[in-house]
Design a protein around this ligand. Sequence first.
Ligand SMILES: OC[C@@H]1[C@@H](O)[C@H](O)[C@@H](O)c2nc(CNc3ccccc3)cn21
Length: 601
Amino acid sequence: DDCLYKNPKAPIEARVKDLLSRMTLQEKIGQMTQIERSFATPFALSHFSIGSILNSGGSIPFENARSSDWADMIDGFQKSALKSRLGIPIIYGLDAVHGNNNVYGATIFPHNVGLGATRDADIAERIGAATALEVRASGAHYTFAPCVAVCKDPRWGRCYESYGEDTEIVRKMTSIVSGLQGKPPEGHEHGYPFVAGRNNVVACAKHFVGDGGTSKGENEGNTILSYEELERIHMAPYLDCISQGVSTVMASYSSWNGRKLHADRFLLTKILKERLGFKGFLISDWEGLDRLCHPHGSNYPYCIKSAVNAGIDMVMVGLQFEPFIEDLTSLVKSGEVPISRIDDAVERILRVKFAAGLFEFPFSDRSLLDTVGCKQHRDLAREAVRKSLVLLKNGKDISKPFLPLDRKAKRILVAGTHADDLGFQCGGWTKTWYGCSGRITIGTTILDAVKATVGAETEVIYEKVPSKDTINSSEFSFAIVAVGEPPYAESLGDNSELKIPFNGPDIISLVAEQIPTLVILISGRPLLLEPQLLEKIDALVAAWLPGSEALGIADVIFGDHDFKGQLPVTWIRSVEQLDQPTNRVSSQEPLFPLGFGLTYK
Ligand SMILES: OC[C@@H]1[C@@H](O)[C@H](O)[C@@H](O)c2nc(CNc3ccccc3)cn21
């Protein structure tokens, strides 16, 4: 083929220009359309020249599908796409937000709030690189990560997807972009999308902008700030992502001073694309256009016009995509959406696809399959878990630290809803959209880790909810009680009370009143700790949502490693504190301040 755009030696911009000049309006609009995998028929992909496919949370080939099954599925889509008139490859995107979390057997890393506790930019980069390998092994090219929200209110259901409440922590952890995509060479053009090669993926800084700053932490709510505050607090991490060549940005469902981000031309175009110089593509969130109008999905042409003219380049249509294509085509023909806007969107999409090497390497590289869940990645996740743990209390008497625990103790009680539940310790966006309980994948629970660490002569007794008989019958050296939150995602996680759910406090009291007890909290955010409960326990560790490698917890509580974690979010004493105007010194001090974390030494 002598088409310039097919020549890998030609400059990317020349290839973009050449290909764009050959495209019909239908093909251009097809490239702007991202559809859910369950709607991706061979006809749709070839006839409509669909630009991208995603799987939403929980949409999987089949139960416990492995990476090779995913690669078979995505390569199948790609074959159809390459049969289109111009043979433009699809880019397949998914939410690999803490490892390639949809895939059975993939390494599950700590969620972002735990990584924020590490304050370790290097480990974030290494996690990005490992995640990229496991994503490419599944045949996907693109992950909707990192979420660079600055979570200002832990009542937000997505607090755990944020690296913390402090902009500087979030800025530091954006190094994951260089891991996911690879690090741009010296002299790389500012704002230009960069993907190093086949072992890397296209990343997505999300959700632009102010998703973590909504009133009362309401998901998809309203962020009320001056422009200066919005820029200083919530926009700063995007500059770091853009300077690392982040290839895509996702718009936020939330609003800024009552203006929906998905329709805000000032922020999406004037600021992100013109002022910040972002040259990749801007993608909507799932049905982000439909949510512009009430009732949901009404006035769809108006929603499309508002969002596309505001600067949205690729639309995550989700389900039925034909109405989107029909309506946008009409809007262009009527002049309500200028063809120049369409051309700009398609240029950006093609630029990312060329930069990612998709025209040269559209199919999966099966040689990467052995990286999935490999020991090196699990050891990396274990290291991240170690560094994410925050020690909040160590001993009822400061002069007599309770930790590290004695691994040669005679008898240990392990209890709690979260002591032996891999799904609980992974949290949301794992296997399904909002996560689930049980032995959901390959990994190590807290109980597994304790058993693997203690001496052969140590007896480990496990009861999720220990009976009084158990507690009173035997002489236990100490107890480990793991409790916390069930998995959740997005609005399902919005919570105005922040209490330890279920019977967590009761289990803690039941055990701690009789046995010296370490409590491990598995949660996506700080939870309220009543003073009388805190007094009963001997030690308290915030473990966040550690993922599949709980050996990292045993490494630290039994003393092979010291604690390093520092709170990435303030540990409030009461929810009322959150409603205090930030500029007023709240009457109460927090229970533990931002940055708090005890160590052994
Ligand atoms: O999963 C795609 C995006 C994700 O990247 C965004 O961060 C998040 O805001 C988001 N929300 C949805 C909607 N959730 C959904 C989950 C399961 C099935 C259908 C829709 C999709 N997405």
